[in-house]
Design a protein around this ligand. Structure first.
Ligand SMILES: Cc1cc2nc3c(=O)[nH]c(=O)nc-3n(C[C@H](O)[C@H](O)[C@H](O)COP(=O)(O)OP(=O)(O)OC[C@H]3O[C@@H](n4cnc5c(N)ncnc54)[C@H](O)[C@@H]3O)c2cc1C
Length: 419
């Protein structure tokens, strides 16, 4: 036998967990994805898919499917939400594509997640299980015993009483060669490995909405995301799903005020929260009408994600604010890097996870830290706003590309499996 045929257990079937399962399967390693929810799916609508993310999707063989309903954007635009002037305008045409090997896309989250899910369903080496909440694990030299409890949270749609009555297995152990915690920002595996408490509220929340194209102001329907950087707020909107709807998000500094995520927010509340913004994005906000509220959580980078044959990836390892739209991209890169290291270590998971962490930790932590540093640029007021604008003034596309090379050019482990 070439290697341990017990599966790798993957806690969480989001973009990171599914990409990991697929990348392992393509290299001959079986996995079992344990997802707590009743169904596989994604929360939210829009996703910016930068070229480094598309390169991973290509390497996984799902790039064409992911691009099918995505919009390949013409430019990246950042406007001053106080004065209305253009701050950043980066063309994403042929020169950009040639430089990074891929365009910049915006997509519906379900399209990206769905592309990975279908490929996992089609692969005989991937087992997919829902209503399977990972609650713990034991590890010894022989592998990992993963403790799976019945889901008890609202996201799984199952109550504790129903579990006790036998509607779902109350407890089970899954024997695995290794365990990957791809269980998101509230990662249970991280709690056990690192134990650094809950991710803290970042001091920001987001008002999210979906605007049917018929209700979106016609003069603001552009083939690219428009980001309005205001004092303590930023607003972004872009079309998804073949221009049928626009994704809308207004991020607002709230300090430590609590956020009610269980009810919808009315327009008046969202308008008041963004009162200083330019009239143009507020027209889009009015078209949206009602909003879901969402707390933005974050952590600072840590220097370890791994213990033996157990490791973390994606938001479990390095949850970040969405200010440079790279969280899912980092989860995809993690997933592929991890699988490549497992292949190169011939199934020695302890060695593979050590190498994976070593390769990924600086890049992912840099993106995590940079995302948070963008607070200063995106939400500047007073003289800081003018300083920000002067920093970007006069930049040519080439200047911008030079600054983005490290991020958008795919790392060398982003490659298809050897055939
Ligand atoms: C408002 C907003 C906008 C964003 N925009 C972008 C963007 O434009 N581009 C981008 O690249 N990124 C963006 N991100 C970040 C991106 O959404 C995340 O980084 C990405 O989804 C992380 O993927 P993941 O697979 O690590 O975690 P998740 O997507 O959170 O998946 C975790 C999965 O694990 C499951 N789970 C949790 N606990 C358990 C358990 N104990 N047992 C079993 N299953 C469990 C969950 O149900 C879930 O399915 C944005 C984030 C936010 C909040």
């Amino acid at each position: 036998m070439r290697h341990d045929q017990r599966p790798v257990a993957i806690a969480g079937g989001g973009i990171g967990g599914l990409a990991c399962a697929l990348a392992l399967a393509q290299r001959g390693f079986p996995s079992i994805v344990l997802e707590q929810a009743r169904e596989f799916g994604e929360v939210g609508v829009g996703l910016q898919v930068a070229p480094n993310a598309l390169s991973v999707l290509d390497a996984l063989g799902v790039g064409d499917r992911a691009r099918r309903d995505a919009l390949l954007i013409e430019r990246m635009l950042m406007m001053d939400g106080v004065s209305g002037e253009t701050i950043v305008d980066i063309p994403c045409g042929p020169e950009f594509i040639a430089r990074y090997g891929n365009p910049y896309a915006v997509a519906h989250r379900a399209d990206i997640h769905g592309a990975l899910l279908d490929a996992c369903r089609d692969h005989p080496l991937v087992q997919l299980r829902t209503r399977s909440r990972v609650i713990g694990f034991d590890q010894d030299a022989d592998g990992v015993s993963v403790h799976v409890g019945a889901p008890t949270d609202a996201s799984a749609g199952v109550s504790a009483r129903a579990d006790a009555a036998g509607a779902a297995p109350a407890f089970e152990r899954v024997q695995a060669a290794a365990l990957v915690g791809a269980d998101g920002v509230q990662s249970r595996i991280r709690q056990i490995l690192i134990g650094d408490g809950d991710p803290f509220p970042s001091g920001f929340m987001i008002y999210r909405a979906v605007i049917p194209v018929a209700e979106m102001p016609a003069d603001l329907q552009h083939p690219y995301p428009t980001l309005w950087a205001g004092h303590d707020t930023h607003i972004i909107y872009y079309p998804v799903r073949g221009w049928t709807v626009f994704n809308f998000g207004a991020t607002v500094r709230i300090h430590d005020r609590p956020v009610d995520e269980s009810t919808e927010a009315p327009l008046d509340e969202a308008l008041a929260a963004c009162a200083g913004q330019h009239p143009t994005p507020l027209r889009v906000m009015r078209a949206a009408g009602r909003f879901r509220r969402w707390t933005i959580r974050r952590r600072d980078p840590v220097d370890n994600w791994t213990r033996g044959a157990v490791t973390l990836l994606g938001d479990g390892a390095h949850p970040m604010v969405q200010f440079i739209a790279q969280g899912a991209a980092m989860a995809l890169e993690d997933a592929l890097c991890l699988a490549v290291m497992v292949e190169e270590s011939a199934g020695d998971f302890v060695e593979a996870f050590r190498r994976y962490q070593d390769i990924r930790i600086v890049r992912a932590s840099r993106v995590q830290a940079m995302s948070w540093m963008m607070d200063r640029l995106l939400h500047a007021g007073g003289v800081e706003r003018r300083v920000r604008n002067s920093i970007f003034a006069g930049r040519t596309p080439e200047d911008s590309y030079t600054r983005l090379d490290w991020l958008y050019q795919p790392p060398d482990y982003v490659r298809a499996p050897r055939t």
